[in-house]
Design a protein around this ligand. Structure first.
Ligand SMILES: [Zn+2]
Length: 374
């Protein structure tokens, strides 16, 4: 991974490169900062840079034999330690998941702890750096470097290291093997053993600068410049937070479009349209169906409140409010309880895997009967 693949972070890149050229590279770094700012990507890019045979003042070449192996994360002097799950009768060590790890990092080096666990476990499990890992770490660091001047060990999320493993690592840090560079990458520095922390050189990785984060999400998600500007404002320089905002925004827009469509269809008794809409909604995932129904419940309550002049309209977006100005009068004392009940029942049935097309069609027909009540 070249430095250019890391979003923004120009200042820190320049500092790391300078440290290398000044011969001031520490044998043990701690890159820390908020999730989603690119710490792991920086660690890999830095190691690749140091190992590159043809580096420039700004980046590794990407083409020398060392870079080629780094680009696939298969360089023999590059070692990774990261949280894994425990499986019966199998050693709980990173090497057992190295294929999944390479795939994940190469696909996109910006991922959360939960996203990583999800890619190696089908159910909810805790990930840790287990005691088994400590002998692996010692073994790897005692190897001579094969091809590079240095051996690199990147420890992702050392705060999730089991204490016996952490104590072994501490011994290593007290007498670091020659030509070894350990880069720990942490979301929560405070959770790392103090004795380990004190033996690392801390490097705080700040948020991604607004301009570069904006450019990155426009390219990745093909969203408009004005939407990107809004999102960046509330993302604290974190790509993860920006992504969450985009997903939420998209889903709200979708749910709003379908809610208005459903209400118009029901109001005009357009039976065929109601069936088509139900078919369309039924094609979505259960989660998306539930999110839609939940959204309908919230908006119904908002409309009833609007109709009765309560304050909660403040929570509506501009397009929701525009719609409600005309629609709210159809959610009134005569039908609000029944309407709410229809959506609550639908939610209940979707959760219990009742045929979704039936649930949506049935709900639409029920709404048709009461939407004109007042
Ligand atoms: Zn190179």
């Amino acid at each position: 991974m070249k430095f250019e693949k890391v979003i923004g972070q120009h200042e820190i890149k320049a500092k790391l490169i300078q440290a290398y050229h000044d011969n001031r590279v520490s044998h043990s770094y701690l890159f820390y900062g908020n999730p989603g700012v690119g710490k792991l990507a920086l660690a890999i890019a830095f190691a690749q840079y140091m190992s590159c045979a043809n580096k420039t003042e700004k980046d590794s070449c990407g083409e020398c034999p060392s870079c080629k192996k780094f680009e696939k994360l298969i360089h023999p002097d590059l070692h990774f330690v990261f949280p894994v799950i425990s499986v019966p009768k199998k050693k709980s060590i990173s090497d057992n998941y190295i294929q999944e790890w390479r795939t994940k990092v190469l696909e996109d080096p910006y991922f959360t702890y939960n996203e990583w666990l999800f890619s190696i476990a089908s159910e909810n499990k805790q990930g840790n750096i287990f005691a088994d890992e400590s002998s692996e770490i010692a073994k790897k660091l005692n190897l001579k470097s094969f091809e590079s001047d240095y051996k690199f060990m990147i420890i992702w999320l050392p705060e999730r290291m089991n204490s016996s493993c952490a104590n072994k690592l501490l011994k290593i840090l007290e007498e670091p093997p020659q030509n070894t560079i350990i880069i720990s990458v942490s979301d929560n520095r405070e959770d790392i053993l103090q004795t380990i922390r004190s033996r690392t050189q801390p490097v705080k990785i700040l948020g991604i600068a607004d301009e570069q984060l904006k450019e990155a999400i426009i390219n990745q998600y093909n969203i408009s410049e004005s939407m990107a500007t809004d999102i960046v404002k509330i993302s604290n320089g974190s790509l993860f937070e920006a992504r969450n905002q985009i997903v939420t925004n998209d889903e709200t827009e979708y749910n709003f479009a379908k809610f208005t469509n459903l209400m118009r269809t029901c109001y005009s008794h357009a039976i065929q349209d109601a069936i088509s809409l139900s078919e369309e909604l039924a094609k979505n995932s259960r989660e998306k169906q539930k999110s839609f129904l939940y959204y309908c419940l919230v908006l119904l309550r908002e409309n009833f409140a609007y109709n009765t002049n309560l304050e909660s309209v403040l929570y509506m977006t501009k397009s929701e409010l525009d719609f409600s100005k005309k629609f709210a009068r159809f959610v009134n004392k005569a039908n609000v309880n029944e309407l709410v009940q229809i959506f609550e029942e639908a939610y209940y049935h979707i959760e219990r895997n009742v045929n979704a097309k039936l649930v949506f069609t049935d709900s639409a027909f029920k709404i048709m009967k009461i939407i004109r009540k007042n």
